[in-house]
Design a protein around this ligand. Sequence first.
Ligand code: ROI
Length: 162
Amino acid sequence: MSLKTVAYIGLGSNLSQPRIQVTNAVEAIAKIAQSKVISVSSQYLSKPMGPQDQDDYINAVVALETELCAIALLDALQLIENEAGRVRKDNRWGARILDCDILLFGNETINSERLTVPHYGMKLREFVLLPLAEITSDLQLPDGTKIQLLANQISDNGIVKL
Ligand code: ROI
């Protein structure tokens, strides 16, 4: 039995029935090998960050206890995105069927070609911090910043907990 890590995964969708996309993604994540879902936040309806000529997003966060390494988890999540019908094109800030982002992987800091953990934008995104704060009470970033503090300070930007 290898070491267990708690990873936090941010989910986002604004295409093809986003609430269903996010629900299905949680079900798919629950089937990832050597891993167990510990908690799932509510779904949140959030204003798009980036170009405003796209639909609002559904966001949620999942806590996953896993024996996988971070890259193996990334592979599993990218498979789930692809199976949801995600097309990877040059739309970094555009609409998407499904995003499954590793926000945190235990207390690790990772800077590799494929993966940056903690997720580079998470401190500034209400649609990450609020669902994350909902399911964790005393979580900190590797640099010691408290998630609850960030969540209390961020502008809510009209986000609605569903
Ligand atoms: N905006 C919101 N509200 N939620 C997201 O998940 C999201 N994801 C993205 C961009 C395009 C940055 N905007 C988003 O990738």
